[in-house]
Design a protein around this ligand. Sequence first.
Ligand SMILES: C[S@@+](CC[C@H](N)C(=O)[O-])C[C@H]1O[C@@H](n2cnc3c(N)ncnc32)[C@H](O)[C@@H]1O
Length: 232
Amino acid sequence: MTDDRPRTLARAQTSRGELALRVRDGLQGPVHELIVAGVFAMDDAEMSTEIELARAGLTGCANPRRVLVGGLGLGHTTLAVLADERVVSVTVVEIEDTLVAWAREGLVPTLTRVAADPRVHLVAADVGDHLGAEGAAYDAILLDVDNGPSFLVHQHNAGLYAETSLRAMLRRVAPGGILAIWAAQLEPGLLARLTLLAAGDPGVTVEERVLPIEREGRSFDYAIYVVSRIDQ
Ligand SMILES: C[S@@+](CC[C@H](N)C(=O)[O-])C[C@H]1O[C@@H](n2cnc3c(N)ncnc32)[C@H](O)[C@@H]1O
């Protein structure tokens, strides 16, 4: 008999609202939950699309040495990146500095593994600010910070999916590299902006990958938008 009531491991109020880590018993073991801005953000009962985001980045570029992951969450995308031995460094940019601190405290095994890997640089910042600044290029930029522009948890993330930010992010992608953006539903507006961007740059291609998912007896279409910078 499992107890599916979540127990709180850590809780804090941040400028964006309640942040919490919780755990409940699942049929296959403990299931961790993350609450951000007072809203249920994710659990790790079904992680296939978070892992697929990593796969899209790693298979999409010839030599994924330097990777950026936007949004730590429960660390699953980052762990899938770290499983690839070609990866030399992973910069994980997370807006909630408290979540970064909890990762270092060992509250959740997946976060502990992320924080302990010497290739990982945990940065407490807004990923839009980080990528909008001058800095080194990445072979893969993997963005999973929100549900997508049509269904935001953090309203201030709207700007991330706007043309100016998308251009700035693409400037930080190395030749032959990739920008991959996860969404919890199809995002025709985002696809249109990326397609427009690619139309103005012969070295850039865009692809929408639809990921059908079953969760609690319901079907959903998640998506990953893959923007590739052709090696010239
Ligand atoms: C759904 S979770 C990411 C899940 C992650 N892919 C995984 O596999 O566990 C989204 C994360 O992005 C963070 N976040 C939200 N907006 C952000 C921003 N603008 N910059 C950086 N991190 C952000 C949230 O605090 C949260 O930790």
